[in-house]
Design a protein around this ligand. Structure first.
Ligand code: ATP
Ligand code: AMO
Length: 432
């Protein structure tokens, strides 16, 4: 048996032809004199129609033994049928049961019965059979495709860096410790140190798409303990240059998804945000004023609370950059302003109240880097192999990291980050 057609390309144009369809039993309706079975595959659905007058008794018997969500192969003749999916039905000639599904199902992939997210994630393979669930991952796939294209077109080399690491990068509290033979090690929080070391390699511009691990204690709709980060780093560039790169990349992502994923967007009932020109910028100082004017208390020098993010998001709307952060709340690798050290060349990209990315011009001077590490009560000895790269010719450079799963939330209209990850890892979930 060989599959000849997908559901989608079984159309009235091929009426009269014999086809072989393979897929899942989506629905069975046995009306006595006629049996309807809907078969679902990656492209959609197609109807098998078996009138008892036209079809062998043996085949009718086999159809009656079908159980929902079993995997079957059906050979038959295509015939025009106005009311059926694609305007066709297949009159079966031969049937093969490839894998019989147990009953009852742990959840209903036809969505006649709604299930909670936990039930769905427990049976994720079944959940993904729903078109509104797989649509999210088809869009996420297009997002990665466009992003890779964008980087390659713009001279960025793709790199892979270790996820088993010896030190923290994004503040010591969110690390997962592991045993690495006789040494202590951690799961990487960010490729930060490696992408910066690559600037000392002369490769000029690099990007990485990879897993990051953060021992976030809190349980929110936008944090996971394992996420995918899209990281970029470029030599002889600064924060302004890298904001432009990020801006251009997102414009291309939105335009490509509109062009190539219109069906998926329709299934999700989602319209993509506008992104054609330059995203607005608001400085941290301006943001503090806006937030306070909205009745949310915030002192200068604090990170934005959730309420502050919401107040700012309500005012700004859409994509915007939050720039010129206080140095004290940014990591050691961020470049302070030359004329006013209390400000840093750091930015976040926001969408409404959701932080999508952080980036900055980096410190490329060895002495300043050591000073900033010490000021944050970290020990420079722990950063030996990183610091070494700053002693022998490190160009000025800048970069950013985008949370791929958070960006997918924006691109698919999902409220919960768990919807945008196949097998999410949160405080309570380590399987499947
Ligand atoms: P970063 O990687 O820079 O921390 P982030 O997007 O993870 O980026 P958030 O965790 O969104 O940053 O931080 C926004 C603010 O929301 C922070 O002040 C954080 O402490 C706060 N926050 C995070 N989780 C919760 C929560 N469950 N309830 C209330 N506030 C929270
Ligand atoms: P930051 O810590 O802001 O910056 O992380 C970058 C982006 O990654 C996403 N993100 C997360 N997504 C889901 N769950 C999480 N727990 C989580 N943590 C982070 C967010 C965030 O904006 N090294 C810097 C980047 C740089 O400067 O190049 C960094 O890691 O969307």
């Amino acid at each position: 048996w060989r599959r000849t057609n997908y559901a989608k390309d079984t159309t009235p144009e091929i009426a009269g032809e014999d086809v072989t369809i393979m897929g899942w039993v989506h629905e069975i309706r046995d009306l006595g004199g006629i049996i309807f079975v809907i078969i679902r595959d990656v492209t959609g659905r197609v109807q098998i129609t078996a009138p008892s007058k036209k079809v062998d008794a043996e085949i009718l018997e086999e159809l009656r033994a079908f159980r929902k969500e079993s995997v079957v192969a059906v050979k038959g003749t295509v015939q025009e049928a106005g009311k059926a999916p694609n305007g066709v039905e297949i009159i079966p000639k031969e049937i093969k049961m490839l894998n019989l599904s147990n009953q009852p199902l742990p959840m209903d992939p036809t969505e006649k019965v709604k299930a909670e997210i936990d039930t769905r994630l427990n049976s994720r393979f079944l959940d993904l059979r729903k078109e509104n669930v797989s649509a999210i991952f088809k869009i996420k796939g297009q997002m990665f495709h466009t992003i890779r294209d964008f980087f390659y077109e713009n001279g960025f080399y793709e790199i892979n860096t270790p996820k088993l690491v010896a030190s923290a990068t994004e503040g010591g509290t969110e690390l997962f410790p592991i045993t690495y033979f006789e040494k202590e090690a951690f799961l990487g929080q960010s490729p930060q140190l490696y992408k910066q070391m690559m600037m000392g390699s002369g490769m000029d511009k690099v990007f990485e798409i990879g897993q990051i691990f953060r021992a976030e204690e809190h349980d929110t709709l936008r944090h996971l303990n394992e996420a995918v980060s899209i990281d970029a780093e470029a030599s002889f560039m600064d924060d302004e240059d890298m904001m432009k790169v990020l801006n251009d990349m997102l414009v291309k992502v939105i335009s490509d998804i509109n062009e190539n994923c219109s069906e998926e967007l329709e299934i999700l009932g989602h319209e993509l945000p506008e992104a054609d020109g330059e995203f607005p910028k608001v400085t941290y100082d301006e943001a503090v004023d806006i937030i306070n004017s909205k009745g949310v208390e915030m002192d200068w020098g604090e990170d934005l609370s959730r309420d502050a993010e919401k107040a700012l998001g309500d005012t700004m709307g859409g994509f915007y950059f939050l720039t010129k952060w206080p140095s004290a709340i940014k990591p050691f690798y961020v470049m302070p302003f030359e004329d006013d050290e209390k400000y840093a060349h750091a930015f976040d990209l926001m969408y409404n109240n959701l932080e999508l990315s952080s980036g900055a011009t980096r410190v490329h001077q060895y002495d300043l880097l050591v000073k900033q590490i010490e000021e944050r009560d970290l020990n420079p000895d722990g950063f030996g192999s990183y610091l070494k790269a700053f002693e022998y010719g490190m160009p000025p450079h800048a970069g950013w990291g985008v949370g791929a799963d958070r960006l997918t939330m924006v691109l698919t209209g999902s409220e919960n980050i768990r919807e945008c990850v196949l097998f999410p890892r949160d405080r309570h979930r380590l399987t499947p």
